[in-house]
Design a protein around this ligand. Sequence first.
Ligand code: TRP
Length: 337
Amino acid sequence: MENITEPKKRILSGIQPSGALTLGNYVGALRNWVQLQKEDIYECYYMIADLHAITVRQEPAALRKNCMDLLAIFIACGLDPEKEPIFFQSHVPAHTQLGWVLDCNTYMGELSRMTQFKDKSKKHENNINAGLFTYPALMAADILLYQADLVPVGKDQTQHLELARDLAQRFNNAYSDTFKVPEGYIPKVGAKIMSLQEPTQKMSKSDPNENSYILMLVPIDKVVKKIKRAVTDSGSEVKRGEGKEGVENLMSIYSAVTGKTMEDIELEFEGKGYGDFKGAVAEAVAETLKPIQEKHADLIKNKDYLETVYKRGAEMANKTAMKTVSKVYRKVGFIQP
Ligand code: TRP
């Protein structure tokens, strides 16, 4: 018999609204989020990390647009806003509240070692601000506030997740058991989609070569062109292997959007050339993106509906998050208001 007293494990994840999403974001994150929510064995909190976005200078109007676009994309991809909270991080003050306490429990040395900080400092040389530096402690707050068991993240976030675990343990040791120590959840297939032009690098919308990435809201005919132009190799076999990073990347894209395994794909295209293969990949990607784009276009016109979604999300998130903050404030010795 089902054990109904056992509470569901909780999941928390977030995406920054710092620009248009790529197919990599969909395959590596959103698609899995939807899957995890559908499995119904987890309680899923999904957040638009707007506080994180301003660690890099944002144009206010563009930030507003990106935030609403992202919310509409979440729902268009299949996340159910009726079921569990979808919210804006800035609507839940507990994030900054716990963020400060964690700042005071994080060492400069730990933050200095973060590779993302080093990368971003190089990229934004004239705006190396304190928020960019302490960002991993805010991310730890995002996670620990909800007592999350599992955190689906890309490989580039594992160092931040490790810090969240360390901070949870450090706080628990210093002030008695308070935080759940979260585990990472890194999906096996398609976790990382690479550039279509330089398949040893991650697909990124900040790549100066437009042909290297596919945006989720790109016109469909462009998807086909970009995939047809994707770099392969001088061979002709649809197979994984040394020097075949381009083909392998297209295979993982195809695998992610069709659910076929890499072995299935190798069999499917045995004796066929890259032209046939790319045609199939392009068609599968187009078929995946088209319904999402249509739904997004509908939703983005319906501001009232989106507002009810994010208000409800914030209300639910606030309730959970405030419980943790109250506990933490009490434990560190603040007088109860
Ligand atoms: N830092 C993450 C990124 O840039 C986004 C993020 C913010 C996040 N808070 C989070 C992811 C909490 C997981 C959990 O991709």
